[in-house]
Design a binder for this molecule. Structure first.
Ligand code: HEC
Ligand code: HEC
Length: 309
């Protein structure tokens, strides 16, 4: 090991020790004295002395020095270059700071000590836990009421105060599905994890009518779309629904566990999954809401479900 590396290591130990004293060790943050300020003042004094010394040295050198030493082999149109050693002090500081920075980020101050972001996160988590405990057992009416007030803040900007989707800007939550959305899903399929698992709905090239043995036709799509949008009532389109959709969505369209969601009505699980994963469809993009607490999600589930009933 040459002396540059040894000196760099000594420098690292000095910096690490100083950092430890300043923030982590005895008398550190919140301890007896405020080492950070003392260290900063000490640093300023050292910087001032070093700067004065270096500037004086080089100004003298500029006044007195003659070029000397060994020329490098290369020269450019007669202009040569002296061979110079890497300045020792510069090399020590460069190496030392590099190693110290790695130590500082991995094991030093940031991961081990107080931070405002950490304190904020802890406070939010503590508040959420208190909130969850306080509202753990709510009756249906209170749950809906809470859902309604969360809705006004978080959802109404897109869905509207009446949850009517504001002329198609977002889904109308007063009934389950509109023609435009149903047709879009049959044509294009859907993979929104609306049920919370990976199972997608195939597009029209994967939808076979069990009654006719053929792929679903345009006329059948129109008929079944009207049937579903109309709340699965009447006879028109009912045969297509039975032949194509019922296998997954159930004979009454209320969905089947782990297979397909209800397309007849909302339920709290469906709403929770839309909030967790977001949803992309004919109308646009519903963003995922990951900042809601469990109680709030439950409350929104109860509220939105109640709208269409
Ligand atoms: C192979 C099973 C399967 C068949 C057959 C099927 N679906 Fe689906 N469908 C699903 C699944 C799974 C989803 C949920 C997809 C997702 O997570 O985005 C879904 C979602 C939907 C949605 C979207 C619900 C929403 O809120 O976005 C509509 C509308 C729909 N299906 C209508 C139909 C109709 C109408 C038919 C018959 C023409 C049909 N489906 C046939 C499996 C099926
Ligand atoms: C930035 C606008 C926006 C916000 C905010 C928003 N949504 Fe949506 N939401 C949409 C859009 C757009 C759709 C329709 C997606 C599609 O094309 O199917 C949608 C769809 C939905 C659906 C699915 C409807 C269906 O029939 O499948 C539910 C449930 C829903 N939103 C609930 C909520 C709740 C609850 C909130 C508040 C926490 C909320 N949304 C906030 C834009 C938004």
């Amino acid at each position: 090991m040459n002396k540059t590396i040894l000196a760099a290591i000594a420098f690292v130990l000095l910096m690490a020790g100083a950092t430890y004293l300043a923030v982590g060790g005895a008398g550190g943050m919140g301890g007896e004295g405020d080492w950070v300020n003392k260290l900063a003042v000490l640093g300023a004094v050292v910087l001032f002395i070093v700067t004065t010394f270096v500037v004086t040295k080089y100004v003298r050198q500029m006044q007195n020095d003659r070029a000397g030493g060994k020329l490098a082999d290369e020269n450019w149109d007669g202009i040569g270059e002296f061979k110079n050693e890497l300045p020792f002090g510069w090399a020590v500081i460069f190496l030392g700071l590099t190693i110290w920075a790695i130590w500082y980020f991995l094991a030093g101050y940031p991961v081990n000590a107080y931070s405002q972001i950490g304190e904020y996160n802890e406070e939010v988590a503590a508040h959420d836990a208190k909130f969850e405990a306080q509202y753990a057992n709510m009756d249906d009416a209170t749950l809906k009421e809470m859902g309604g007030s969360v809705f006004i803040v978080q959802c109404a900007p897109c869905h509207g105060l009446q949850a009517d989707g504001m002329d198609g800007k977002a889904a109308n939550l007063n009934h389950r599905l509109e023609e435009k959305s149903i047709k879009h899903v049959i044509q294009n399929g859907s993979n929104n994890q609306i049920l919370g698992m990976e199972m997608p709905m195939p597009d029209r090239n994967g939808l076979m009518n069990a009654n006719t043995g053929a792929l679903i036709t345009d006329a059948e799509i129109d008929a079944v779309t009207k049937y579903v949008a109309g709340g699965l009532k009447g006879t028109e389109g009912a045969d297509v629904f039975a032949g194509v959709c019922a296998a997954c969505h159930g004979p009454d369209g209320k969905g089947m566990d782990m297979v397909a969601p209800s397309i007849a009505e909302f339920n709290p699980t469906l709403i929770a999954n839309v909030l967790k994963h977001g949803k992309k469809g004919a109308i646009g993009q519903m963003p995922a809401f990951n900042n809601l607490t469990e109680v709030q999600v439950k409350a929104l589930g109860a509220y939105v479900t109640s709208l269409s009933k």
